[in-house]
Design a protein around this ligand. Structure first.
Ligand code: NAI
Ligand code: MG
Length: 335
């Protein structure tokens, strides 16, 4: 039994983690869940949105599955998601976007995995007023280092090699941001020489956005800086049915955290309407990470079969007439 920290989270988090637990149990995944709290639920209970106890559990067991966390606007605690990524240096944010059977989308045959640098770029929070009194002139600093760039780009190439993927596309804006994303591109060109069997190309981010919509099939593994990766990975989710059906992983050298990228959906919380697929796909990435490839494959097949044969049991957001419970049961029946 592998011990994994489970953070159900807020809002629909509780419903979708129950669903994932049920499905993984049905598939006999050898997992013992260590349940911990974070987010609003933890804040209300303990006054701390990221309890020490939760951090220690992740430090000890090194793998966590996390539901969405509410970040209340105005109450002052900073995003726990960002906090966790920084605390455990989860530099690699990995988001696959794969066309699913029977899910409505004008885009067909999409199968790409986006690697987003998770700790630097424009998202380090170094902002300042140039003019403190008037507050009519602000500045933001972006940080790119050779070391962090090499780590994320190498992670993307290693993934391509291990998964038998053919191409890595590096996305940048080196024509304008010559130092920061120029450095990222330069490191990419160097790393690529160690992976001769994998095709390497680079694209400027605005062109990339158009290409993803016009010819999404041409992309395989994509690697980019923090801000571009944030935007493009949501775009990629949009090509295959939205944030409700795409999973994500945050991986560092010493810990890994798997999470749904959607939020806590307060508008449907507690109504048995939440789609568990995003967190479920994240849990399949987690199973693969701990070496349970076969179990992940079994569950993936059961999901696909459910989408094809028993769509009415699925949740309304993907055109079903069912609930979280009927969807979960249908997947279990197909395992
Ligand atoms: P949201 O993703 O929670 O909801 C946006 C829309 O998508 C809503 O209509 C919701 O009902 C729907 N939706 C989301 N997940 C769904 C699912 N699994 N099944 C069916 N429908 C689903 O985004 P919103 O409303 O902007 O944020 C709500 C809260 O979540 C905020 O406090 C925000 O800070 C937090 N949040 C947390 C994230 C995380 O923990 N990774 C990511 C994004 C937001
Ligand atoms: Mg985002």
């Amino acid at each position: 039994m592998k011990k994994i920290v489970l953070i159900p989270g807020d809002g629909i988090g509780v419903e979708i983690t129950e669903s994932v637990k049920t499905i993984l149990k049905k598939a006999e995944a050898p997992i013992e869940w260590i349940e911990k709290t974070a987010g609003l639920t933890a804040y209300q209970k303990t006054g701390n949105p990221l309890p020490e106890d939760t951090i220690q559990a992740i430090e000890k067991h090194r793998v966590a599955l996390k539901g969405p966390l509410t970040t209340p606007v105005g109450t002052g605690f900073r995003s726990v998601n960002v906090g966790l990524r920084q605390q455990f240096r989860l530099y690699s944010n990995i988001r696959p976007a794969i066309t699913l059977p029977n899910i409505d989308s004008p885009f067909k045959g999409v199968d790409m995995v986006i690697f987003r640098e998770n700790t630097q770029g424009l998202y380090i929070g170094k902002e300042q007023w140039v003019n403190e009194e008037q507050k009519d002139h602000a500045e933001s600093i972006a940080v790119v280092t050779e070391e962090a760039s090499r780590k994320i780009i190498t992670a993307a190439f290693e993934y391509a090699r291990n998964q038998n993927r053919k191409k890595v596309t590096l996305v940048h804006k080196a024509n304008i941001l010559k130092f920061t994303t120029g450095l990222f591109l330069e490191v990419g060109r160097k790393v690529a020489t160690d992976y001769e069997e994998i095709e390497f190309e680079d694209l400027i981010v605005d062109n990339m956005a158009m290409q993803m919509v016009m010819r999404p099939k041409r992309f395989d593994v994509v690697v980019t800086t923090n801000l571009f990766g944030d935007i493009l990975s949501d775009l990629a989710s949009g090509l295959v049915g939205g944030l409700g059906v795409t999973g994500a992983a945050n991986i560092g050298d010493n810990a890994a955290m798997f999470e749904a990228v959607h939020g806590s959906a307060p508008d449907i919380a507690g109504q048995n309407k939440a789609n568990p697929l995003a967190l479920l796909f994240s849990s399949l990435m987690m199973l693969e990470h701990i070496g349970e490839k076969q179990t992940a494959e079994t569950i993936r097949r059961a999901i696909y079969q459910t989408l094809v044969e028993r769509k009415v049991y699925c949740t309304p957001d993907i055109g079903g007439e069912g609930t979280t419970s009927t969807f979960t049961q249908a997947i279990c029946d197909n395992i």
